[in-house]
Design a protein around this ligand. Structure first.
Ligand SMILES: Cc1cc2nc3c(=O)[nH]c(=O)nc-3n(C[C@H](O)[C@H](O)[C@H](O)COP(=O)(O)OP(=O)(O)OC[C@H]3O[C@@H](n4cnc5c(N)ncnc54)[C@H](O)[C@@H]3O)c2cc1C
Length: 325
């Protein structure tokens, strides 16, 4: 019997979320004595998977077929289901991202398995199985009891962290039986953001709001983000105005992120915005209005003009980083 981790394969690379999910599964295996296994789909070198052993992965089923490189959620669901049945998985873990959101509910229906998205922290108990999840756009935690034999969980990114549980890793080829067309769609072109840290993976996020006045002024936030090795995000009006791409918008109707540090710069802190970042470990707010609601949720606040403070911060961080390099 096992705990099965769905390993996201992005162009032959694994995401940090998969390392965190593996740590999470390894912590669960301490309480359940179940083996930690994984399934990965599409072209990927074994060497790209080795790191998972460091976090407690014992075995990976690797489903490689050129047809699997175009992700078709219906087919991926069938593959994970077959892997789960082969490994007698009691728990199946998905990342809380678009992939998890597309596959986990389908799998839940196919396997009659209870599914809990947006899981926060480790299970509260195993008999009965109770786990906490985000509720009411992050304003509350709900404790959920799952009564089905197989349970599917999507832990929130960065809600657990990376913990090493070194294990010898075995990678096995896996040939699922797919008796339906792999795709009814032809993907003609894919445009990927190369060389940037994705918002979901970023440990530091530098986010700007309407207080930045225009899209051009975001170059300042890009410079701060580059200095710190982070990613840039924005509030919804900024994306709506076309100052930044729509996929950078965080909040209730955008991405939900939980970085270690979230810089909210020229952002008022409306409840719909905070809903997307309340999981951040530390919020640093820069706002010229001392009454801005963002200061109610910020761990550190600077009252003042972002156009003066941000360049000074960049210089200070650069000096600090060069002293410590
Ligand atoms: C159903 C619904 C869903 C929504 N979903 C989202 C969502 O997912 N994400 C989201 O972000 N919003 C969402 N909104 C919009 C949300 O209610 C707010 O309108 C929005 O978050 C405000 O964006 P902002 O903070 O950038 O702008 P503003 O509220 O205009 O705030 C700008 C801030 O910049 C400060 N400022 C101005 N000049 C400077 C300066 N020079 N230096 C420093 N600070 C300065 C101001 O003091 C102010 O606090 C949603 C709204 C609704 C109704």
């Amino acid at each position: 019997m096992s705990i099965l981790v769905y390993i996201s394969n992005v162009n032959g690379k694994i995401k940090k979320q998969s390392l965190e999910l593996t740590s999470y599964a390894s912590a669960m295996s301490k309480s359940t004595a179940l083996d930690v296994c994984g399934v990965v789909i599409g072209d990927i070198e074994d060497s790209a998977l080795d790191e998972l052993g460091k976090y407690g992965m014992g075995k990976i089923l690797k489903a490689v077929d050129a047809q699997f490189n175009n992700r078709v959620n219906r087919v991926y669901t069938r593959i994970v289901e077959q892997a789960a049945r082969q490994l007698n998985a009691q728990y199946i873990l998905f990342p809380d991202n678009n992939e998890g959101k597309a596959i986990a509910p389908r799998l839940s229906a196919r396997m009659s398995a209870g599914f809990v998205p947006q899981v926060m922290g480790m299970p509260n108990s195993y008999e009965p199985f109770v786990v906490s999840k985000r509720a009411f756009t992050g304003k509350a935690l709900a404790r959920v009891e799952v009564q089905t034999k197989v349970k599917i969980l999507s832990p929130m990114f960065n809600s657990f962290g990376l913990i090493e549980f070194p294990k010898e890793l075995l990678i096995e080829a896996f040939t699922p039986e797919i008796d339906e067309p792999h795709s009814r769609l032809n993907i003609i072109n894919r445009n990927l953001n190369e060389g940037t840290i994705s918002l979901a993976d970023a440990e530091i996020v530098v986010s700007g709001g309407r207080g930045m006045k225009s899209g051009e002024h975001f170059s300042m936030l890009e410079a701060l983000s580059a200095t710190l090795g982070g990613a840039v995000a924005c509030s919804r009006p900024v994306a709506d105005a076309g100052w930044r791409p729509a996929d950078e918008h965080v909040g209730q109707t955008g991405k939900i992120i939980a970085p270690n540090i979230y810089f909210a710069i020229g952002i008022s802190g409306a409840i719909q915005h905070v809903a997307g970042v309340s999981g951040a470990k530390c919020i640093v707010a820069i706002n010229s209005d001392p009454e801005a609601p963002i200061f109610d949720v910020a761990d550190y606040g600077m009252v003042g003009d972002a156009f003066k403070i941000v360049p000074e911060l960049i210089e200070a961080f650069k000096a600090h980083l060069s002293d410590h390099s």
